[in-house]
Design a protein. Sequence first.
Length: 299
Amino acid sequence: MATSYQRDNSWESTTEFADNVESRETLGKVFEIVFLLGLLIGLFILALLLFDIFRDGIGRFLTPGFLTETPSRFPDQGGIRPAIVSSILLGLIVIVVTVPIGVGAALYLEEYAPKAWWTAIVEINISNLAGVPSIVYGLLGLGVFNYLLGFGPALISGALTLSLLSLPVIIVTSREAIRAVPDSLRNASYGLGVTKWRTISSHVLPYAIPGILTGLIISVSRAIGDAASLIVVGAVGFLTFNPGLFQRFMALPIQIYSYITRPEPGFANAAAATIIALLLLILVLNGVAIYIRQRFTIS
């Protein structure tokens, strides 16, 4: 009797387990379809936006001189050269400033900082800063770089403000990339008598560089496409010369905003053409970063 009861009990448990597996698989397929629909909806909306932009702006974008001339008061004349030069300089300065500071901060927090209450507070604040609106950084840059340091509404003020905007993202993503390095790699290096810094520079950083570059791509793309903080710092919408570090400056997002606010219908096409130029600039920078990331990944 006991044997018969155990068999019946085992059969019921197996049936219940099979039913649970089937229900979980069904639920998983339902969520897979829901997530796929969400992805398709997002891609469809993005495709509509790109189609609308290219339809309105490709003709103006292909106009001779659009990328090489200075802006004009007339919608079918002039170009966006000062805005392109400013955006490239802004992106380069952001990279030069944020990469050593952001990666250095991530290395210290992950490899050197003790696990204490103050490091926990620092980590929480860095994570919170990554979600602060860009206009708040613009107000900070206005107070610190424009007035306190006396740079005024110059390109260097805008670049340093965008660097502050990008730093939290780079620190967070760099920490995740460094944290993903296996401890066995570190222990093997320490076992051979290698110093801590030599281990970090020769083993940890090369392994983490692809993840660090991913964060750099995200942060620089956000910085180049940001307009709110640059408006607060003092970027202008009309410039007839290529800016220097301590001169008034433009940027592609500011140029787009300037074109959109004008009532003449031709400026809408000029704004769409400027959006195409901004997209291409971001794609080029991202392509270079992705190429470098792939080279480090392969090696």
